[in-house]
Design a protein around this ligand. Structure first.
Ligand SMILES: Nc1ncnc2c1ncn2[C@@H]1O[C@H](COP(=O)(O)OP(=O)(O)OP(=O)(O)O)[C@@H](O)[C@H]1O
Ligand SMILES: [Mg+2]
Length: 329
């Protein structure tokens, strides 16, 4: 375990002590993306801790949790220790729209899973269940050996300190430098002193090979650099699992490779398990130990990228035609 993890771990604040749980607007907008705020006194109170780094949010938020679903009960046995995520027959709908219809998916400890599927099929909805931002209408969500779907808010907040969620776009605050963005996050989630925080920030930036960006503003960074800074901010809390929602979308091929290599490096050097949503075949090739293909509300195929690409399901064949997974040339 790295120096970072030991210190961040030791001084991690109880989740309810942070401002993120119930202050300010919800960190997610309707697309499930973090709301980048230009004013640090506005949304960030909920936005930073909830959006990236740790996936703290308010699961009572009415549009995120179906009030009619109620708690899911059951006594099924926990998965073996080496399974960090186990979705069992998960159903989720929004009103008449049935999005997930019996999702089964497991992720082994220390591996990188990739979720692929057409636009609007429910990939983001699926991953939000893994960080407790959504509860299933039916089914079980096992994360790190516990039923996330049965937890109350306090238990969820505690659990989320182990889970990182990296949103599309990096979600940095425009009016703050890279250092201030990371510092803001540490101020709210730890009781470290200033020198320790500064060390953590530099170590985090070194982890993503961007120490020179410390005093730059997000507008001065490339898209790939922003994603890496977002990742550095997530990493300083040493999560066990990181969820990446489209980590390479909009990046040039060189940056796609850099960000993808970083996800692999974190798996190999820190044993961080991950789930990445991507439609980028290059990213999937680099990152995926296992690909899970979502179709019609279920995982229609799972296996290595090559195995999934060889599927004879017509929708998958169509999906993988062309140079990217959406069939775009
Ligand atoms: N909070 C919500 N309330 C109502 N409908 C929702 C909510 N969140 C997602 N949906 C709907 O669920 C469906 C799946 O959305 P989701 O964002 O998971 O798709 P996706 O597979 O991630 O798509 P994309 O590739 O475009 O990101 C969409 O029809 C979306 O409108
Ligand atoms: Mg999505």
């Amino acid at each position: 375990m790295s120096r970072i993890s030991r210190r961040a771990d030791a001084r991690r604040q109880p989740a309810e002590a942070g401002p993120g749980a119930d202050a300010g607007p919800h960190p997610l907008d309707d697309d499930g993306l973090a709301t980048p705020a230009s004013d640090p006194t506005g949304a960030p109170a909920a936005g930073v801790p909830g959006a990236e780094g740790t996936a703290r949010g308010d699961a009572r938020e009415p549009h995120l949790v179906d009030p009619e679903a109620g708690p899911v009960t059951g006594n099924s046995p926990p998965p073996p220790d080496d399974i960090v995520v186990d979705l069992r027959d998960v159903y989720k709908g929004f009103g008449p729209k049935k999005i997930l219809r019996g999702v089964d998916m497991t992720v082994e400890r220390g591996t990188s899973a990739v979720v692929m599927g057409g636009s609007g099929t429910g990939k983001s909805v699926l991953t939000k269940h893994v960080v407790g931002l959504l509860r299933p209408d039916k089914g079980e969500v096992w994360v790190l050996g516990e039923r996330l779907d049965l937890m109350d808010q306090e238990q969820l907040d505690q659990k989320r300190t182990r889970l990182g969620y990296l949103f599309q776009g990096g979600a940095l605050f425009d009016s703050m430098t890279v250092y201030e963005n990371m510092r803001f996050f540490l101020d709210r989630l730890t009781t470290l002193d200033r020198g320790e925080k500064d060390d953590l920030i530099m170590e985090g930036l070194e982890d993503v090979n961007l120490p020179s960006t410390r005093d730059q503003y997000p507008a001065e960074l490339s898209g790939g650099q922003k994603k890496r800074v977002g990742l550095a901010r997530t990493l300083i809390m040493q999560p066990d699992i990181i969820l990446y929602d489209e980590p390479t979308t909009g990046l040039d091929p060189v940056s796609v490779r850099v960000v993808s290599d970083l996800i692999v490096k974190l798996r190999d050097t820190r044993g961080i398990s991950s789930i990445s949503i991507t439609h980028d075949l290059l990213a999937a090739e680099i990152v995926a130990d296992r690909v899970h293909f979502l179709l019609d509300g279920q995982i229609a195929a799972a296996g290595t990228l090559d195995e999934v690409r060889r599927s004879d399901i017509p929708e998958l064949q169509e999906f993988f035609k062309g140079t990217d997974a959406y069939g775009h040339a």
